[in-house]
Design a protein around this ligand. Structure first.
Ligand code: NAD
Length: 318
């Protein structure tokens, strides 16, 4: 199978490229190595993959028509896995136009290229953030998601809708995956688990927004990779699936797990709630279980020590 993975040098993308190379696929990755976080981290993410003859890296912006057209002309892809995006919630409040451009226009571009070049399957990274600040849990794919509370979340919902329109008009099979806070080795340095680990390890104050009772469904990277892989295998029609662990962990408990794994106490500084943050995320995964045979395996009690082990071995990625 020949795959195109956009955002292939990022956290989830680099793991997915690695997984599919292990499966014997040909993998092309496109990434612009932007400075949302240190691009040297992204280069290290794909360093070992570059040795593999079945891996090709294209350094390009997904919005740039000429290199993207050339990329799609260069080979017939069996599937596009579209992970490239601006991915932070809080920065999207500062830069809504950038998020709209990269996420919405970027996705529109990839959908259009896929239709024109006859790509038979398209998998899109969406997000649990589309559920907004509802407390009605667990979140089901059939819920009303018209009330996102950050520009990031709004762009992800817009991408799902554009994907539907493309499917409707042109028959492109599209699977949208709503990832619930993904963590594990190579997690983005701006994400809470990684940031907290760094601050605790350095003995610096840990800012905790809210009273510590906000809760997240934390999903280990290997489980997300299983869900993406199965979506690539089974893509047909237009589908939306939640990919989470279907368990919630409060922020205070998460910090406690990090403290245990690092063997160090956190110096917590409680701050007010942040705009754009949601009180809880909690995935109902019954649809993905039924249709994708998705079976998440790594509970946060096992996943956090695994993340910390990687974190301590890779200080330069922090
Ligand atoms: P990441 O930032 O590590 O990966 C995204 C990659 O896309 C980066 O390497 C970046 O350089 C690349 N990219 C961004 N804009 C680009 C452009 N214009 N052209 C080419 N490449 C570009 O983020 P991640 O955590 O691996 O997230 C991957 C996807 O999953 C994103 O779409 C994100 O919104 C989604 N997602 C992630 C999480 C999570 O918890 N990590 C949760 C929900 C959804």
């Amino acid at each position: 199978m020949r795959l195109l993975v956009t955002g292939g040098a990022g956290f989830i993308g680099s793991h997915f490229c690695e997984r599919m190379l292990q499966r014997g696929c040909d993998v092309a990755a496109v990434d612009d190595f932007n400075d949302y976080y240190d691009p040297r981290i992204k280069r290290r993410n794909v360093e070992s993959l570059l040795q593999n003859k079945r891996f090709r890296l294209f350094e390009a912006d997904i919005l740039d028509p000429v290199p993207m057209e050339d990329l799609f002309k260069s080979r017939a892809f069996d599937a596009v896995v579209h992970l490239a995006a601006r991915a932070g919630v809080r920065p999207s409040i500062e830069q809504p136009m950038l998020y709209q451009k990269v996420n919405v226009e970027g996705t529109t571009h990839l959908l259009d290229l896929s239709v024109r070049h006859g790509v038979p399957r398209f998998v899109l990274a969406s997000s649990s953030s589309v559920y907004g600040s509802t407390r009605s849990v667990p979140f089901k794919e059939s819920a009303n998601v018209d009330f996102p509370v950050s520009p990031y979340a709004a762009t992800k919902r817009a991408c799902e809708i554009l994907a539907y329109t493309t499917h409707f008009l042109h028959g492109l099979p599209v699977t949208c995956l709503r990832f619930f806070t993904v963590y594990g080795p190579r997690q983005r340095p701006d994400m809470a688990i990684h940031k907290f680990a760094r601050l605790i390890a350095e003995g610096k104050p840990v800012p905790m927004f809210g009273d510590g009772t906000t809760a997240r469904d934390y999903t280990y990277i290997d489980d997300i990779l299983d869900g993406i892989e199965k979506s690539v295998e089974r893509a047909s029609g237009y589908r939306i699936y939640n990919l989470g662990e279907s368990r919630t962990t409060e922020l205070r408990r998460l910090i406690g797990l990090l403290e245990e794994a690092l063997g160090k106490k956190a110096d917590i500084r409680q701050l007010g709630e942040q705009p754009g943050d949601v009180p809880i995320t909690f995935a109902d995964i019954s649809l993905a279980e039924r249709e994708l045979d998705y079976r998440p395996r790594v509970a946060v009690e096992d996943g956090i020590p695994r993340f910390v082990e990687w974190f301590l071995r890779n200080p330069s990625n922090a």
